[in-house]
Write a protein that binds this ligand. Structure first.
Ligand code: SF4
Ligand code: SF4
Length: 127
């Protein structure tokens, strides 16, 4: 089973309220591409967070390794009680979700009835 090992993508893209860390900015505690510099004392929101890619690694249909967020540059989450898939992309890579396997994944999610939302900085749009 694959895990985070060396992916630190969410430590950039997501807001961390406890640290007053805005989205799309590297956390000051992140060893980029290595892991958390304060792992044992990291905030609760970091402790509980698992992106969709990571969640699927435990199941029977894991999302492909090449779509891990450090490789795809897309951090996947859900909202609306799991009915909507949210693709968080950094404003310096706004089209990351349009590449290769991500496009196929978006098509599959549409076919399953999910609404897919791209969140890129201040811009949030259905795709
Ligand atoms: S984006 Fe997902 S795989 Fe990458 S570090 Fe965060 S939880 Fe782990
Ligand atoms: S505290 Fe650690 S886990 Fe949380 S965002 Fe910063 S580097 Fe990532």
């Amino acid at each position: 089973m694959h895990g985070c090992d060396g992916c630190t993508a969410c430590c950039k893209v997501l807001k961390i309220c406890e640290l007053n860390k805005p989205g799309n900015t590297w956390c000051r505690h992140c060893n980029i591409g290595v892991g958390c510099g304060i792992y044992d004392t990291r905030p609760e929101s970091c402790r509980v967070y698992e992106c969709v890619w990571l969640q699927t690694q435990r199941g029977g249909r894991p999302i492909a390794f090449e779509l891990r967020p450090d490789k795809s540059r897309v951090v996947m989450g859900v909202t609306n009680q799991g009915d909507d898939l949210v693709l968080y992309v950094s404003p310096d890579r706004p089209d990351a979700w349009k590449r290769g396997g991500m496009v196929k994944l978006v098509e599959e999610m549409h076919a399953k009835g999910f609404t897919v939302i791209v969140s890129c900085g201040e811009l949030v749009q259905k795709v």
